[in-house]
Design a protein around this ligand. Structure first.
Ligand code: ACO
Length: 348
């Protein structure tokens, strides 16, 4: 429904969400994802900068990434991913109480891309807003939605991670242009009396490292003026080597925190779904947690680093390929600009 000034009465339209008992759990009931059709291989990137397929695969594990075409935006993929997740969950858009969308590449500075998705879905009852926590954004959103659901403030919610990073990548910088890709992933989270669902979430930040990984423009420090464009301030700026070391340490800590909070160890994990930034980071953490290759889900070779989309995109792929079984314990682990890091443990 579209509100008009004549018929919108905020007092009348507010309805408290029905509270349920204290033992309410937050359960993921549907997953979805969407990526652009256009694929950019490492060989394509060899034509843009001084690099090689061999260097990119050895240092990152990435073979290709999907890139948005003209007329495709973050909201495009977010909407498609959300539709897929809703369909799997059997939830209608107008049943949603909440849409939380994590992104660092919103369609506009405002309104929130979540509001555009709400409109596309016709999710007329849902409150919708964006959060910014870079590659940790999806798990930050999941942590937030879990609390909404556990407190009875929402019954059905969407958490989406969606990015079109290709528009903030400097395609002449070999240090960054081979790393990133576009796409979206989404989950439906519902209140449930079932013991299964989200067992714990942990989120952390350290703003003292903000300048290791950031987009210098087009916020109000470096607004969108000619100089910002000329000085290439609109592009991702990353000190990859420093980020790499901190990522391994912080992701290990977040994973151990999730295990300790649930009295579990690495051997109890059926599937580990980490942020898909670099194969070497994932392997290092897997080793530190004592996981074997079978436990670790990796799909970054086909998508690159899709920031906030990477975990829900990987989850959807694992789910739809039948890799996740009923009662499986899934550990999610992320790290990103901010710096931010986070983990979540789920019983499927
Ligand atoms: N092709 C060929 N050579 C390259 C390329 C390339 N694409 N990129 C860098 N190099 C060169 C560098 O210029 C450097 O050359 P030099 O020694 O002559 O100066 C050399 O390779 C080594 O560079 P390093 O940066 O030390 O390479 P490293 O092994 O660290 O790999 C990488 C770089 C892949 C970026 C890695 O550091 C990494 O993955 N970092 C983490 C990124 C990440 O996890 N981000 C997480 C969150 S992202 C988000 O929040 C949006």
């Amino acid at each position: 429904m579209r509100f008009t000034c004549n018929n919108w009465n905020p007092i009348k339209s507010w309805r408290p969400v029905k509270k349920v008992g204290l033992m309410v759990h937050a359960k993921i009931t549907g997953t979805g994802s969407a990526v652009p059709d256009k694929v950019l291989t490492n060989n394509d990137i060899e034509k843009l900068v001084d690099t090689s397929d061999e260097w990119i695969i050895t240092r990152t594990g990435i073979k290709q990434r999907h890139i948005a075409a003209e007329g495709e935006y973050t909201s495009t993929f977010a909407t498609r991913a959300a539709e897929n997740a809703l369909q799997m969950a059997g939830v209608k858009p107008d049943e949603l109480d909440l849409i939380v969308l994590a992104t660092v590449t919103p369609d506009f500075p405002f309104p929130a891309t979540a509001c555009l998705v709400q409109n596309n879905l016709r999710a007329s009852k849902a409150a919708a807003f964006d959060i910014s926590a870079a590659c940790s954004g999806f798990l930050y959103g999941l942590a937030m939605v879990e609390k909404f659901i556990r407190t009875g403030a929402a019954r059905k919610a969407l958490v989406i991670g969606a990015e079109v990073l290709s528009r903030i990548v400097d395609w002449t910088d070999r240090n960054t242009c081979c790393l990133f890709g576009d796409g979206a992933g989404a989950v439906v989270v519902e209140a449930s009396e079932d013991e299964k669902g989200i067992l714990s979430t942990h989120i952390h930040s350290d703003g003292s490292y903000w300048d290791l990984l950031y987009q210098p423009g087009t916020g109000n420090r470096n607004p969108a003026v000619r100089k910002t464009l000329d000085e290439k301030l609109i592009y991702i700026n990353m000190q990859g080597n420093e980020v790499f070391k901190l990522a391994v340490r912080a992701m290990e800590e977040a994973a151990l925190e999730a295990l300790a909070a649930n009295n579990l160890s690495g051997s109890d994990i059926n599937i580990f779904i980490p942020h898909q930034a670099n194969r070497r980071i994932i392997d290092a953490i897997g080793k530190r947690l004592g996981l074997n290759g079978e436990q670790v889900f990796v799909n970054l070779e086909r998508y690159g680093n899709t920031s906030s989309a990477s975990i829900p995109l990987a989850l959807d792929e694992a789910n739809r390929s039948g890799k996740i079984k009923d009662d499986d314990i899934i550990l999610f682990d992320a790290f990103g600009g901010g710096l931010t890091w986070s983990s979540a443990l789920v019983r499927w």
